[in-house]
Design a protein around this ligand. Sequence first.
Ligand code: ASC
Length: 128
Amino acid sequence: NFDDANDAINYRQSAFGLIAYQFGDMSAMLKGKKEFNQAVFASRASNVAALAKLPHEGFIPGSEKGKTDASANIWQDKADFDDKMAAFVNNAALLAQAAQTGDKNSMKQAFMETGKSCKGCHDVYKKD
Ligand code: ASC
């Protein structure tokens, strides 16, 4: 467990940072901003599937007070927030599966679904 809110905030921000790096690289490959490498893409997708499970634990009660972009309504609508996080974990798992097939269309589709999970939650629960 965390000693205080700041530990929890640092923990979840670290996890999100790692996810963003993986996701950003996959995005660059899908957009043709860099050469598509199937093995790298699959590895990134598998990383996201594992990392997606981490941030949720850091959303402890009281941690809306601190250096965080997390909206206080996370704790008011915690069940909905939990559902959205679970959907992200699920979509990330499907993306990792799709990445194993090497089929570009299913990878793109699964990537977009996962991105919607990111954005859908940010729109409601992330400040700015
Ligand atoms: C990213 C990133 C996000 C999501 C989101 C998807 O690469 O940093 O927050 O994708 O923009 O819509």
